[in-house]
Design a protein around this ligand. Sequence first.
Ligand code: ACO
Length: 362
Amino acid sequence: MQGLDGIVAAETVLSDVDGANGRLVIRGHPVEELARHATAESAAHLLLSGFFNGGPAEPDAFASAIGKAREEVFEHLSNILEVIASLPPVEALRAGLALLPDGHDFPVALRLLAAPAVLTPAIIRLRRGEAPLAPAPDMSQSADMLRMLSGVEASDASCRALDAYLATVSDHGLNASTFTARVVASTQAGLGSAAIAALSALKGPLHGGAPGPVLEMLKAIDAPHKAEPWLAGALARGERLMGFGHRIYKVRDPRADALKAAIEELSKAEARTSRLALAEAVEDAALRILKRKKPDRPLETNVEFYTAVLLDALGFPADSFTCVFATGRMPGWIAHAREQELTGRLVRPQSRYVGPATKQAA
Ligand code: ACO
């Protein structure tokens, strides 16, 4: 009851999360297929199709409309980037989104899709003392995001890995941030309001704030043989192991394997040293210890564990991981917000009063 466990609060055509069998289907496509073949733009196209008058157009035109929207967002926000970059990255992203005009139509959706891809690298660069780079509207969202981050054109393998990530996390049923987006959208407040509220929900460590702490954990453990004592110590102190456990999945989160495969592809193509070997050792040790300490709870690896390894390998700093997650989840938030708006029904559940009895006036 406290966490609305098991309550069905919406009907959706967008994604189907089968927690018992560890399957995720996004508009008819298994997540593993999207991770292998989709781009940020094609995943957004899949989710948004049918929800707006006037868009999305056929895929190529849609991709170039997102590119133009990146340019528009950069022009609109370039004067305030330095001010917002003094905030932690996810709060800076929220502040940037709040400065975009709100509304219900397709251009609003395009700017929301573009904004995190522009703001995230700009905020990261400013925080490390570098000037933000203007978008290149003809590039793909992933290629442009990586170029604006590092200042050089990213390899095809890196762009493919980021596309795999952004498509994998593009939608996931009625998670806390998407539910938030739907509640706000149901008041007809606008898509921007829904997205900002969703981002505020995403930022918590029990939801999309987990991958930064996962990377901190991997860094603290440092070597495979130190995993077991480190993890046992954390559990003995009553801490939760970040990147493990899920409200819906009672088996392994299918996105964990989709992302692990993307990291393996990236490592193969570029012979780069990611923290993959260490992560595998930590995962093994964590699953063993969790089984021992909580035998009645099916606690398995969730999406955030390999998110941390992948985004680290792509050069994103740990404190920006939630912003990259928001870049990937934005199409899902917008599609759910539209789906809710179009029902025309305000979300308004009830609470049961358990406070003091009414006092009678003396
Ligand atoms: N480490 C240790 N113990 C855990 C963990 C964990 N990661 N996750 C759950 N537990 C324990 C709880 O302490 C609790 O134990 P108790 O019954 O002895 O008190 C029990 O398992 C609760 O299990 P659930 O009811 O299945 O967990 P819940 O649905 O409340 O939580 C959540 C799900 C929030 C994701 C949780 O597993 C967690 O905090 N994980 C770590 C943070 C994390 O990885 N977040 C990202 C989730 S994925 C996403 O949002 C994109």
